[in-house]
Design a protein around this ligand. Structure first.
Ligand code: ATR
Length: 275
């Protein structure tokens, strides 16, 4: 047991995670006597490791791939948001050792848009969302919570989009992937939640002709920081917000719960995390 609070991130692999840089910066910046470690944990060892952490001084952990869904079965208490999304990324250990699971990805997504596109409001108009994987679930839940009037959802594999509509309700309209370009003129907000455009992978190619200037466009991909999709949207006069801020903001609620200080997301932090 340590005499300072410990937190960390569990995943497999874990060496690529930016969370230690993020939380490490906040600990130094606020002069907090605490630590944040990267913990590589296999699926077999997940429950045993989680149950052993509180006795070692851990107050909570972030969870990344491949454990975000599996931790729901282990946690003793879930937020509604984690249940709806079907995954958790932030665990807090209660004094009695019980595990409280939350999902802050949607919070990170909304805060990133609010900070990156001042005045942005989900209620302004429909949102077009590309993709229907795990990240899309968090984005949809948060857009619905924030009062978006309609979500136009498109995914290469249409049945996955249909299953999200079945989970999240009538405010979702599905369009075929090949027709997605044609609905962009309806959008106040456009989100890429697919992995397309990521460094080393396939490009995200959608005809952006219909995009109206002033539309807020964001990409959850942040390697590279400026994806070709964002650059093309900026050329159309859209307000573009890169995906790094979603990662930075999703860390805020956990840090506040574990270390008692609500941390800032600013340019200094972006520089440190990217260095
Ligand atoms: P995450 O948890 O990051 O959302 P995921 O659950 O694997 O990851 O989802 C990946 C998303 O990217 C899916 O919407 C996927 O589309 P499919 O459901 O059709 O697989 C989308 N995606 C990945 N590669 C793609 C590609 N080459 N073309 C179109 N969509 C792609």
């Amino acid at each position: 047991m340590t005499d300072f609070p410990r937190a960390g991130v569990i995943g497999n692999p874990i060496s690529h995670s930016l969370s230690p840089k993020l939380h490490g910066h906040w600990l130094r910046r606020y002069g907090i006597n605490g630590s944040y470690d990267a913990l590589q944990v296999t699926e077999d060892g997940l429950e045993r490791t989680l149950r052993s952490l509180p006795a070692q001084g851990y107050v909570g952990v972030n969870v990344t791939l491949p454990h975000k869904v599996a931790v729901l079965q282990i946690a003793d208490q879930l937020t509604d948001r984690a249940t709806l999304i079907g995954a958790a990324n932030t665990l807090t250990f209660k004094d009695d050792g019980r595990i409280f699971a939350d999902n802050t990805d949607g919070y990170g997504f909304l805060e990133n848009l609010r900070q990156g596109a001042p005045g942005w409001d989900a209620k302004t108009g429909p949102a077009v969302v590309f993709g229907a994987g795990g990240a899309a679930r968090a984005v949809l839940v948060s857009l619905i919570e924030a009062g978006v009037p309609e979500i136009i959802l498109t995914n290469r594999t249409r049945p996955k989009a249909e299953s999200l509509r079945a989970d999240f309700g009538a405010r979702i309209r599905i369009v075929d992937w090949v027709q997605a370009g044609s609905v962009l003129s309806d959008a106040a907000t456009v989100v890429n939640t697919t992995s397309l455009g990521m460094k080393g992978g396939q490009e995200f190619r959608v005809p952006l002709d219909g995009l109206r200037s002033g539309t807020v466009v964001t990409d959850i991909v942040y390697t590279p920081l400026r994806t070709k999709f964002l650059d093309a949207a900026a050329e159309k006069g859209c307000v573009t917000v890169d995906g790094l801020g979603m990662l930075l903001h999703q860390g805020v609620p956990g840090f506040e719960r574990w270390f008692g200080k609500r941390p800032e997301v600013d340019d200094d932090l972006r520089r440190v995390v990217l260095s």
